[in-house]
Structures are given as C-alpha cells and as structure tokens.
Design a protein around this ligand. Structure first.
Ligand SMILES: *[C@@H]1O[C@H](CO)[C@@H](O)[C@H](O)[C@H]1NC(C)=O
Ligand SMILES: *[C@@H]1O[C@H](CO)[C@@H](O)[C@H](O)[C@H]1NC(C)=O
Ligand SMILES: *[C@@H]1O[C@H](CO)[C@@H](O)[C@H](O)[C@H]1NC(C)=O
Ligand SMILES: *[C@@H]1O[C@H](CO)[C@@H](O)[C@H](O)[C@H]1NC(C)=O
Length: 396
C-alpha cells in the first residue's frame, strides 16, 4: 500500500512542478534571467563610428563604409509634386505624414477634411501625404480604388512593400525617405497613424517652445490680461468693460506679437524628436503581440523611445535620423527602431504629455485646449465631429 501512495504522490508532485516550470517559461521568467544589462552592454549593428560616414553621405561625399540598410522599395505613386510649387521660396512649415492602411479609405477622407486639411491656415503652409504599402496578394480591385483615390487627391505615397503590421518600420522609413527626397525644405515633420486626432494649431505653438509647452502659453495669457488691466486703469474711465475689450484688441496688433514671442523661432539646426516617451522592458511572455526572443533582442530594457503612433521631428532631426538609419540594422518594431536610431544619432527624445498614447478624454473643446495628438480616433465620423468642435473653440 504505502509505496504505491508514495509513487502517486511523487507523480503529482512532478507534474505540478513541470506545469509550473512551463508556465513560468511561457510568461518569460527564465528569459528575464538571461537578459543582458542594457546600460552596460547595449550595442547594435552597425557598431563603430558611424557618424563620420553619416556626415560624408549627407554632404555628398563617398562614405568610408557603405550603408548597410536602405529602405529602397520603389514607389508605386510618389507624390513628387507635393512640395514642388511655383512659390519655391516658401517651403512648408509643417508636413503631415500619415501612416495609413490600404483599406482605410474613410479614415483618409476624414483626415483630409479635418486635421490634414492643407488650407487650414491662410498664412501657414501645410502639406499632407498618406504612406501606404501594397496588398499582400495582388488585388486588382483594391489597387484600382487606390489609383482612383490618388487621381482625385494626389496625396498617396504608395511603396512596393506588403502593407502589414510588422512592416511598419518599412512604412515609417519610406515616409522619412520621401520627406528627404521630395519635401526636404520643410521646417517640421509630423508622423501619425490614421487613427489619430491631431491639432496642427497646437503643434505650431508647441514648436515655438516645446520644453515649456503649454505653460508658456498660460504665462502669455496671464501677461496679456495684466497688461490689459493696466491699460484700462490708466485710461481712467467708468466703462472699463469696453476699454478692456478695446485694449485687448489693440494688444492683438502690437504688443501681443512681442509677448507671444511670435517672431521667436527655434534655431533651424535644433534636433527635435518629440512625442510620448517610454522607458520600458521587452515583452517576454509568449502570448504578447510584441513578444521578442533573446536571439532577436537580448537586453533587459528598450532604448528610450517615442511611441510610433504620433511623433514630431524638426528638419535637422529628420535628416540626421534618416542617414543614421542607413547604418542601423532593420528592426521590426518601428518605435524601437527609431529609438535605436536616435540613440546612435545622439538625439534625446523629448517627452510631452500632450501626445496621448491612449485616447485623451473629451469633455468639451476646452479639454482639448493643449492636446497635440490623441490616439483612439478609428471612427471617422467622431474624428470630424470632435475636430470641428475643437477648431470652433480655436484649439485645432
Ligand atoms: C536596394 O538595395 C539593395 C542593397 O543595398 C540592393 O541589393 C537592391 O538592388 C536595391 N533595390 C532597388 C530597387 O534599388
Ligand atoms: C514586408 O514586406 C516585404 C516586402 O514586400 C515582404 O517580403 C514581407 O513578407 C512583409 N512582411 C510581412 C510581415 O508581411
Ligand atoms: C460715468 O458714469 C456715469 C453714470 O453711469 C455717467 O453719468 C458719466 O457720464 C460717466 N462718465 C464718463 C467719463 O463716461
Ligand atoms: C467685451 O468682451 C466680453 C467678452 O468677450 C463681452 O461679453 C462684452 O460684451 C464685450 N463688451 C463690449 C462693450 O464690447
């Protein structure tokens, strides 16, 4: 009797230990033990002094070492005309590069009549393009719809690569390449997915003073109110309400420009790479959409990265990162890839809470006063409705 119970007990014990081990393995517990220390050991091909090659490449010289990674898929449609205008002296201030999936026709329609609208401002030139891949299987009907859309709007940059989630790095880098090749004189480049809400108006304010946004605007509002109060006191009248209004509008013309630092610009060589910044660890549990093996990425942390749904680059950051990418091995997560590229380029990503990784709660237009970008707008009707409301309030 006794030995049999013993064996049964042992078997149960062994089985439960085995299950525990398998579960721990599934959730990546052992993988974590074998991860390398990011801070001390991170390095990623191509190693060595790539920046001197980047410099040579950017300045039309022959680099000592040839690039190792070029996203040179050919264009099906290239939108070469976008930034090639008669008034060549005025380059776009902002280029909106929308990463869109082929089948999202209705989202592109909504974006064209909301935040992607190129004529949004009479005095600020904005250009918008949509970057697409091609269908996985040849699909004449779908492709002819894209051709038709291109003929109508002339804003589709379609690359000859399969449009798939894990080809997002290709899509992003084709956007970089397009900007460097065909729209190289713009001041700022905003990349966004087609399920985002964007406020170009706020972006234009953001780039004046990104480190102090939005506080600098509040300080400006306060300064304006103070000045208005002082002006109305000195005019010594009993209808101060009216004077308040007229003094504020006279401010609009003169002092407001100075107070708002309207003529102040970031230096043109500033390397701004900004969005919602993360410091996080790789997913090692096998059920994750972002599971990554030790072979593919052995370190315990990702480099500092900006979530790829929406990010902003200055001209200089875009160019530098594009050329550095040519010396950076491909990686299939686009935000991590750009994180590695920016690390190699020596560009530190700038975090802003006004880029919303999740959906920014909408409680009326006032709640979007400072919002730069918000995820979660996969419903085109909702996007247009919200954008119109926020625009009417002056924040989009
Ligand atoms: C792209 O680059 C690779 C390697 O640099 C080269 O082998 C290939 O022919 C190029 N393709 C095109 C379409 O230029
Ligand atoms: C990405 O695109 C390339 C080129 O078209 C293709 O060979 C590859 O299968 C695509 N990857 C995925 C995950 O679809
Ligand atoms: C101030 O208000 C009083 C009464 O409301 C009015 O009679 C007077 O004319 C006003 N003074 C000026 C300078 O407007
Ligand atoms: C001044 O502005 C306020 C708020 O904008 C408005 O309610 C008021 O009617 C204006 N007053 C005059 C005299 O225009």
């Amino acid at each position: 009797m006794l030995p049999r119970i013993c064996i049964k007990f042992k078997l149960k014990y062994i089985v439960s230990v085995a299950i525990t081990v398998l579960l721990l393995d599934y959730f990546g517990a052992f993988t974590h033990m074998f991860e390398a220390d990011f801070e001390r050991t991170f390095s990623y091909p191509m190693e060595g002094d790539i920046l001197s090659n980047v410099y040579q490449l950017r300045h039309g010289q022959r680099p000592a070492v040839d690039p190792i990674n070029v996203y040179n898929f050919s264009y099906i449609t290239d939108c070469q005309h976008k930034c090639k205008e008669d008034d060549r002296l005025i380059a776009p201030r902002l280029v909106l590069i929308v990463k869109s999936a082929i089948e999202n026709f209705d989202r592109r329609v909504a974006i064209r009549k909301s935040w992607g609208w190129e004529k949004r401002f009479s005095d600020v030139k904005i250009r918008t393009i949509f970057v697409l891949g091609r269908p996985a299987e040849p699909d004449r009907r779908l492709q002819s719809l894209i051709d038709l859309e291109y003929a109508n709007y002339r804003d589709i940059v379609q690359g000859d690569f399969v449009d798939a989630y894990f080809n997002n790095t290709i899509k992003t880098m084709m956007g970089f390449r397009w900007a460097v090749s065909y729209c190289p004189r713009a001041k700022f480049y905003m990349f966004a997915d087609d399920d985002f809400y964007i406020s170009s108006k706020n972006l234009l304010k953001y780039v004046r003073n990104p480190v102090n946004y939005p506080e600098y605007l509040e300080e400006t509002d306060e300064a304006l109110r103070k000045l208005a109060r002082r002006l109305s006191q000195t005019t010594n009248s009993n209808s101060s309400q009216q004077l308040d209004n007229s003094s504020v509008s006279s401010l609009n013309v003169r002092s407001k420009r100075q107070i708002l630092n309207m003529d102040m610009e970031l230096p043109s060589d500033v390397k701004l790479f900004s969005g919602f910044v993360f410091r996080s660890a790789p997913h090692r549990h096998r059920s994750s959409k972002w599971y990554i093996s030790l072979q593919e990425y052995p370190w315990d942390m990702w480099p500092t990265y900006v979530t790829a749904g929406a990010f902003l680059l200055s001209h200089e950051a875009l160019f530098e990162m594009y050329y550095v990418s040519m010396y950076t091995k491909h990686f299939r997560f686009d935000d991590i890839y750009l994180g590695i590229v920016s690390l190699k380029a020596g560009i530190e990503p700038l975090h802003s809470e006004e880029f919303y990784f999740h959906k920014a709660p909408f409680l009326g237009p006032q709640s979007y006063k400072y919002v730069l970008a918000s995820h979660g707008y996969d419903d085109p009707e909702e996007l247009v409705k919200i954008w119109n409301e926020v625009r009417a309030a002056g924040y989009a």
